[in-house]
Design a protein around this ligand. Structure first.
Ligand code: PTJ
Length: 251
């Protein structure tokens, strides 16, 4: 199965079908886990209720995330099997825009799948991709997701964690890192513990952070600090939940 499929752009569910196809192709290539299919289905339900668009509070969160990444000393973008299948090019573009490292970190970790994801990202144009060394552990997690690179996620000051399960999100927060979570569910534990939760589909959120980063790239450190400080976590979560609870379906 190829990465792309023939779906007419005029189809009302074009983006949703394309996204599904990419996840399916990811599973066939051994990049995405089978649980990744279930996670995608759960995400789609929330996306449907959000109108399959970036709501204004998510856009403000993406701008704050861009500012946090630009002012970071050591930013890292964490990549799992779903992210690798859905947004490989966009993740590489974001890493370049904010000068961040990319590290593969998996919930259902196998060396083979990490290697496949590293090779997949390299084939899409990534330089160094971390995650294979796994010479450090995130304290307080007793599953495979604790394994990280000492010079990557372990020592990072800002980490982007898209489509995360709550355990690591919480543990990273306890390590005093600024944690940027991308998750369509505002009630998920990861969204709730994030320093900056972006309640949006990863396929829209990642390029949106990059666009904001390019726009903010000449701003002073003080201005970037101000944007991050003014971001209101509670407002972002409440606004998304309000849209989901009140929204008529988009179709
Ligand atoms: O590749 P691995 O082994 O690291 O596994 C990755 C998955 C995603 C399978 C694993 O982390 C997992 O099981 O995650 P959860 O606990 O199902 O959580 C995934 C969260 O991401 C849920 O809150 C979904 O609503 C959300 N989600 C799913 N698809 C998207 C999404 N958020 C943003 N964009 C999406 N496309």
């Amino acid at each position: 199965m190829s990465d792309e499929v023939e779906i007419p752009e005029s189809h009302p569910r074009y983006h949703s079908l394309l996204t599904r196809h990419r996840i399916e192709a990811g599973v066939e290539k051994g990049i995405t886990s089978q649980q990744g299919l279930i996670a995608q289905g759960r995400g789609e339900a929330f996306d449907y209720l959000l109108g399959e668009e970036t709501i204004s509070s998510a856009d403000r969160a993406a701008r704050a995330a861009a500012a946090a990444l630009l002012r970071a000393d050591q930013p890292v973008l964490s990549v799992n099997g779903n992210v690798a299948a859905l947004v490989p090019d966009e993740t590489i573009a974001l890493a370049e825009a904010v000068d961040a490292d990319i590290e593969v970190n998996l919930f259902n970790r196998t060396e083979e799948r990490i290697e496949r994801i590293v090779n997949h990202l390299r084939a899409h144009g990534a330089g160094e991709v971390k995650g294979l060394t796994a010479d450090a552990r995130i304290p307080g997690i007793d599953h495979e997701r604790a394994k990280v690179d000492a010079d990557g996620i372990y020592s990072a000051d800002v980490v982007v964690v898209p489509l995360e399960d709550g355990d690591r999100a919480e543990a990273l927060g306890e390590m005093d890192k600024t944690e940027i979570v991308i998750d369509l569910n505002p009630l998920s534990r990861s969204s709730q513990v994030a320093s900056i939760p972006i309640i949006d589909n990863v396929v829209r959120a990642v390029p949106n952070i990059t666009a904001h980063a390019r726009e903010l790239s000449t701003d002073s450190r003080e201005e970037l600090e101000r944007i991050v400080d003014e971001f209101d976590v509670e407002e972002a979560l409440t606004a998304a939940e309000r849209v989901i609870r009140s929204s008529p379906p988009s179709e």
